[in-house]
Design a protein around this ligand. Sequence first.
Ligand SMILES: *Cc1c(COP(=O)(O)O)cnc(C)c1O
Length: 403
Amino acid sequence: MSAPTPSDPSAPALAATYGAHNYHPLPVVVTHAEGVWVTDQDGRRYLDMLSSYSALNQGHRHPRILAAAREQLDRVTLTSRAFHNDQLGPFLKRLSEVSGFSRSLPMNSGAEAVETGLKACRKWGHTVKGIPEGRARIIVAANNFHGRTITIVGFSTEAQYRAGFGPFTPGFDVVPYGDAAAIEAMITPDTAAVLLEPIQGEAGVVVPPEGYLKAVRAICTQHNVLMFLDEIQTGLGRTGRMWAFEHEDIRPDCITVAKALGGGVYPLSAFCADDAVMNVFTPGDHGSTFGGNPMAAAIGRAALDVIVDEQLPAKAAELGGYFMERLHELHSPHVREVRGRGLLIGVEVHEASGTARTFCEALQERGVLCKDTHGQVIRFAPPLVITRAEIDHAMDQVAPVLA
Ligand SMILES: *Cc1c(COP(=O)(O)O)cnc(C)c1O
């Protein structure tokens, strides 16, 4: 093994000087990581309770995923879709087995997968449902988060995500989240799809009322509207089931998958649907130079195998329940609500107690990394390979900070 490269202590200053200022990171400089642990420049270890917003469900540098990546590096890394490669087919087959959808269209980032799905739903609306060309509309929820492209921020209700970036793509209708009747009232003959997160992660881990997804499913079926769920953050085991929609025993018409699909190693996303929707695409309609490349496909297949073989959804259910119980037992005067599902947990703190960021900074001092979302919510979303003992260790730090 080669000696570790000494890291440049001025790395964050260089990023501040030469990079765009579109993030406000906590002041920790990560140089190494393994499993649920990351190490900073001074050799200090931290428990990673954010896991890159659920992109690290399998943990940092999972050996099986690294092995697949190394093997593929020595064979072929990029072909473009102009040619076949020997990795894409087996990856798509595995994704189909795990998702239950007959076909997938691979892209790179989550936002691209959502854009792919929006295109599919619109084209399905025009060519299958019979909506007059250029009139298809898509219903979305208030406080949604689906990525950062112009089209996607155009239907965001977060002022900062939109300010200065217009004009926006038309064709979207916003309804309150968690209210199925509001969706039904918004549907017109031009409605092609309803796009929702099964749990709103960025909005502060907002869990909808029980029966919401089931009611939306029934409404969509009745009105011949596609139910399109964004499982980018909630999918691949995070909430205690492989997909969050399984909690309500329903099946949407299509989903987006990203984040943990790349196993924490490589950006990889997909839009998954059955033939009736996916077959609207014909050669030349849509694509991406890196989408479905052999590196991504080999890594993606290993990432899926790890989730299935290590039964990470069941682990998330069990340890998430335990973690949530421990958080409830704190009876902290600062906490307004503890909510979530599996290992996607939000702790909302009272405004009088300060912002969630203040609590995240205090946790960082104690060696636990997490991130605030929506001002008052601390999000806990550790890698799903975390152990009960590591949750206990986290609670030893969380308890005094919330006391
Ligand atoms: C992270 C996220 C996205 C966007 O993914 P990117 O890879 O950052 O483009 C979309 N939807 C949801 C629900 C997400 O959590």
